[in-house]
Structures are given as C-alpha cells and as structure tokens.
Ligand binder design. Structure first.
Ligand code: ZN
Ligand code: ZN
Ligand code: ZN
Length: 371
C-alpha cells in the first residue's frame, strides 16, 4: 500500500463514540470518562498535550458526548473535533465540579486506564457514590476489533517496519555500539513513513537475555546474537516487530535456540483463528518452548494488542479467555532468554481473519547472519 490514507472523518469519530456509549450501556455502565491518551485519540481524533490541566470526554448512554477542556485549549479541541460539544473551564475554576455535573452521581463510571490519579481523585471527591472501573476491565473489546481502514494502516506500518529490517540487516554490526545501530533503526523507520518511533531495541550478546534492554553502551562483537525489536506510529497506527540476527557464523546451540523460537512463533500464529481464546495463542507458542526444555527461559506473555498505540489489550496470556474475533490485531512474540549469555525473540503482528490469521510482518524468520 502506498500513499497517505484518507483521514478519518467527524462521522467516523461520531460512530465510534456512539458505539462506545452503547457498549457502555450493555456493560451496565452509567457513563464513561476518557482522559487524553489512546482512547481519546481513537474516539475523537483529538490528541492534546497531557498536563495537570483537566481534559476529558464524557460519554453517557443516550446523551450527546461532551468534551471538557481548559479554555485556553478550546480552539485546538474545536479544530481537532469540530462537531463535538465542548464545555470549557477557566483557570481558577474547579474542573471536577464542571465535569462532576456531567457524570452519574451513582452507579458505575468507566474511566480510561491512563487517567491521572490527580484527576480521578478530584472527581471521586465530587462523586462519592459513583463506582469507578477501569475502561479496559469494563470494555476490553472497545478498540480491539479493527475496521478495514484501521487494518490498512496497521498493514502499512508493518510494511514500513519490514522495510526497516531489510535495510538494517545490511549495516555493519561488529565494532559498533548498540545505540549506533538503534539510531540507524530509528532513522529508517522515519524514512519509511513513521511519524513517531516508540522503541528501538538492539540487545547484543548477554543484553539479549533481558527482554526490556533497549540499547546501551555495549559494543557489538563478532559472535553475538542481537535481538532487534522496534516500532512506532505511521499514519497514527502502530508497528512492532522483532528479529534476532547473529554477527558472523552462529554455533550449534544458537541455531537450535533460534529454531525453537521460530517454531514456537509459527505455532502461536497457527493457533490464531476466530473463536480461539487469547490464552490458546500463548499456550501453543509456550508448548513448543517448554517441550524443548526451555520453558523457564520464556519469561513473558506471548503477545499484546496493537492499534493507535504499540501496546494495548487484548493480551495473549494464560488466563485470558477473551475469544479472538476477525479484525483483532496483536503480536505473537515468543522468546528464550539465557541469563548472562544471549536471547532470541521473533515477533510478527497478526490480524485475525475469517479463517485464521494474517501476518502483517512478512520478513524472513530464518536466522540472518550480519557483519
Ligand atoms: Zn554467537
Ligand atoms: Zn516488539
Ligand atoms: Zn511487541
């Protein structure tokens, strides 16, 4: 896919807000409060600066949505969401009083996960009889099933991440710092159309055994395994892919561990089909690694959703019984982490289709040798 997709319209956002209000009513909520962050972007297209000044969208079943904004930010909000009703508050006024009057004073209120504690506590004082519940707990499916237009954007972001991998394979690794390769990755993601780079993991040798290692001072050596994991946003939607490369010829154990992870990733992918549970994807991938004797070294869940953020529900984890639905989009990313030695992770974004899964990352999952 090339070119810039047509932007979402006010009508698209109105449909999302209507859908959210209906889903809230079905879930027994009397209202939903959405603070700045991914839920607000998805529902309204508005992405304000997140500050101590209170901004929130109020959704009530059967009522028109209202966006509460600081007066000085009202023009920006009106430009981003021209058809939305605004209620502004000026410095010196109590925004929780303004907002509290719009919210249910009893029953249940869904609150977006990333609402600042400062703001939630301010509202709780105004609404002592209202029970607050995290939005992903109340409405876990709200953003999980992507529309065709959203899937196109996720596919475009995935293709840009794949193009980045194809180029980064060609750069020299041995003798350069992890941060140097990470800078190359970030530049490539931007070159291929990302407006935002969220992470550029380059974890060489023993650093690869730490799944959260980003990139550090270590100089990459001949003989290193190197975990590459990167992503960000393109046209407002996320990419996230991992491949593990080896500097020079790998030894037998490195090949074996990589083979196991590749097989586990394939098994996780094959478990993707409508009606399967999220945990089935985790179980399928984990069974391969456990069966090969490395179970204790696979120390994280198998995957996470992706959309207007690079990490969101649903999670592919034991205990998550949510059924997969066509249009869901998430990572399948098993790994093996051998402390003090090396790690291997392989990750593709996968979209659920009518009869299985579609990979949005399609670069080779073979162990690639770099210089
Ligand atoms: Zn090696
Ligand atoms: Zn990743
Ligand atoms: Zn991921």
């Amino acid at each position: 896919m090339t070119g810039t997709p047509a932007p979402f319209t006010s009508g698209d956002y109105e449909a999302r807000m209507r859908h959210a209000a209906e889903a809230a009513a079905e879930a027994g909520l009397d209202g939903v409060l959405v603070a700045p962050g991914p839920d607000l972007v998805w529902l309204t297209g508005y992405r304000p600066v997140e500050t101590e000044r209170f901004t929130a969208l109020v959704l009530r079943p059967g009522q028109d949505p209202v966006l509460v904004v600081p007066t000085l930010e009202a023009p920006d909000a009106a430009a981003a969401a021209p058809t939305l009703t605004l209620r502004d508050w000026t410095d010196g006024k109590d925004p929780y009083e303004v907002t509290g009057a719009l919210l249910p004073d009893s029953g249940s209120l869904g609150v977006s996960d990333n609402t600042w504690a400062l703001h939630l506590l301010g509202l709780q004082k105004r609404l002592p009889a209202t029970r607050q519940i995290a939005l992903t707990e109340a409405l876990p499916m709200l953003r999980a099933v992507k529309s065709a237009a959203e899937l196109d954007r996720l596919a475009a972001a995935g293709a840009a991440a794949d193009a980045t991998y194809e180029e980064i394979r060609k750069v020299p690794f041995a003798g350069r710092g992890e941060t140097d390769v990470a800078a190359d990755v970030a530049a490539l993601l931007r070159q291929f159309g990302h407006s935002q780079v969220d992470f550029t993991i380059v974890a060489s040798g023993p650093n690869g055994a730490n799944p959260h290692h980003e990139a550090g001072d270590r100089v990459i050596e001949h003989g290193d395994m190197v975990v590459l994991d990167f992503g960000g946003l393109k046209h407002g939607y996320g990419s996230d892919t991992s491949r593990t490369v080896h500097v020079g010829e790998p030894d037998a154990e490195e090949r074996e561990v990589h083979d196991i992870v590749r097989e586990a990733q394939e098994a996780g992918f094959r478990a993707v089909r409508p009606g399967a549970a999220c945990q089935d994807v985790d179980r399928a991938a984990r069974a391969v690694i456990t069966g090969a004797g490395y179970g204790e070294y696979f120390i994280h869940r198998t995957g996470h959703g992706i959309g207007v953020t690079t990490h969101e529900p649903p999670y592919m984890i034991e205990g998550e019984e949510l059924p997969l639905v066509p249009g869901m989009c998430f990572s399948v990313e098993p790994g093996i982490y051998l402390p003090g030695r090396f790690g291997v992770r392989i990750e593709d974004i996968v979209a659920v289709t009518e009869d299985g899964g579609r990979r949005l990352n399609t670069t080779s999952r073979e162990l690639v040798i770099v210089d």
